[in-house]
Design a protein. Structure first.
Lengths: 248, 248
């Protein structure tokens, strides 16, 4: 029973983390009781008993019940094809959009949702053998009409939410914006003031970049109070942010 | 492997044409994440070799008939730039390049957890900018780093080097001249922390003792290469940490 790594250490694939029976969570594999990492990530050790490996990069793998933000890429006769920033493209059937029975011949689906439209959707079913099935029939789901979309590495979404939603609440309270977080790495920022939206985007990008360094919530808090007092500084660096898209 | 020797490959003191000792590697430099469009990328300089590797995926596999229902397919393209060698190389794929693509793919595939991504494709693009012997081993070394950078789960990094024979003396990491006029060439790739070999080729004649001696030399060299791979992968994250901690 030995642990080879320190807490908060960056590890790479194939790096031995520990030897013996430990509890673990994350992308880890075991050969003859030796625990190895599968990815580049950060290890966290909880009371010398549990190893948690947090990956630093990776693709989004769909899971039933996840809320995702998707982009319509194709309109068919009975439904839409949606890009959900994952190795699998998702399917949104008409029956998961309208509650009344529909007539495929009379109905023009592109009038409801067209190519390029963004939607907040929930994954209804996914089992790897078929493409994931989406629904927008529940409340808070559906077409996105306003706001700013930010794209980050999907594995860092938990950092944007924070422990028990601490980070998301910080952003909401300090900038008076609403956030819709898609588990697939897309975040929608909706605020009345475009400046506040821009600051939120900058904060999210900062979270993505510095997610592996302890004291993140405090750093973001400091960063936001600084931009709020120094408005010019906030605007000047707004131009060079990648992965951001304005809706309407 | 044969023909007249234009120069002495090994002088009286046992020093090679480029001033190296028999068990000395060429200077090695690896850089990670230099391509923005790719999911993962790496650049390697091994002596006069310069190679760039881009990794995409796991992503949707096209055309549809190549899809495998229970795992990802790995595709690899090894290509030499027309200006990579002294005499212009035709830009199309030669027999050698097609063969090397396959050999490199088969050296990397055992390290990838392909069963975690059913029905997808992982694409590896290797572009040789300058070649001077040992491009297949350098490509494997760089490609495994690029795979890790893409966040793809791996059993371990794969590091590779070649053992050769000049004037009956075993040497490590052949350069272009030694490869052309030496008596033997044996590329070896392995997963160092698991101690598993994923590639072993040989041309020329090696006796049983020479093989065992050579394998020992290769394992030693591979451990050195592995350390440089590891550092290259961690460097970016440690740099951000340093920057953040200094600004506080």
């Amino acid at each position: 029973m030995t642990i080879y790594v320190k807490s908060k250490q960056v590890v790479i694939p194939g790096e031995p983390l520990a030897y013996g029976r430990y509890e673990y969570q994350g992308p880890i594999y075991i050969v003859r009781q030796r625990i190895y990492s599968k990815v580049i990530g950060i290890v966290e050790i909880e009371d010398k008993k549990k190893l948690i490996l947090i990956p630093l990069k990776g693709k989004y793998m769909p899971r039933e019940g996840d809320i995702v933000i998707g982009k319509i890429v194709d309109v068919g006769l009975t439904g839409w094809t949606v890009d959900i920033n994952s190795p699998y493209k998702a399917v949104l059937p008409v029956s998961e959009v309208l509650s009344r029975p529909t007539d495929a011949v009379k109905l023009d689906l592109s009038k409801l949702l067209d190519i390029g439209d963004l939607i907040v959707a929930k994954i209804l079913a996914f089992d790897y053998t078929r493409d994931p099935l989406l629904t927008i029939k529940e409340s808070k789901l559906g077409k996105i009409t306003k706001g700013t979309l930010v794209e980050i590495t999907p594995v860092k979404i938990p950092r944007v939410i924070g422990k028990k939603g601490s980070m998301i609440n910080l952003l909401k309270n300090m900038l008076h914006v609403e956030l819709v977080i898609g588990k697939n790495g897309r975040i929608l920022v909706v605020g009345d003031d475009p400046l506040m939206e821009a600051w939120a985007v900058m904060a999210i990008k900062k979270i993505e970049r510095e997610a592996h360094i302890p004291g993140l919530t405090n750093r973001i808090k400091k960063f936001l109070s600084k931009v709020k007092t120094d408005k010019k500084a906030g605007l000047s660096s707004q131009g060079n942010i990648s992965g951001v898209k304005r809706v309407k | 492997m044969s023909g007249e020797k234009p120069v002495k490959l090994l002088d009286e003191k046992g020093i090679r044409t480029d001033g190296r000792k028999p068990n000395e590697l060429r200077p090695l430099k690896i850089q990670v994440g230099l391509l923005k469009n790719a999911d993962g990328s790496a650049y390697i300089e091994l002596g006069r070799n310069k190679i760039i590797v881009a990794v995409y995926g796991p992503r949707e596999a096209h055309p549809r008939h190549v899809v495998i229902p229970d795992r990802a397919i790995v595709r690899c393209r090894y290509h030499m730039a027309p200006f990579s060698v002294d005499e212009r190389k035709s830009p199309g794929f030669s027999r050698r390049e097609i063969e090397l693509s396959k050999v490199i793919r088969e050296a990397l595939e055992p390290a990838i957890f392909i069963e975690e991504f059913p029905r997808t494709a992982i694409d590896i693009f290797i572009e040789v900018l300058e070649a001077d012997g040992g491009t297949r081993t350098a490509s494997i070394t760089a490609a495994s780093v690029a795979l890790a950078d893409a966040g793809i789960p791996l059993k371990d990094l794969v590091a590779a080097t070649a053992i050769g024979k000049i004037n009956g003396q075993l040497v490590i990491d052949l350069n272009g001249l030694e490869d052309q006029y030496g008596e033997g060439d044996m590329p070896i790739a392995m997963m160092p922390s698991l101690g598993q070999i994923t590639l072993l080729q040989a041309d020329g004649r090696f006796s049983g003792e020479e093989f065992e001696e050579g394998l020992k030399m290769a394992i030693n060299a591979i451990k050195k290469i592995y350390r440089i791979q590891k550092e290259a992968l961690k460097k970016r994250y440690l740099e951000i940490s340093k920057e953040v901690l200094e600004s506080e």
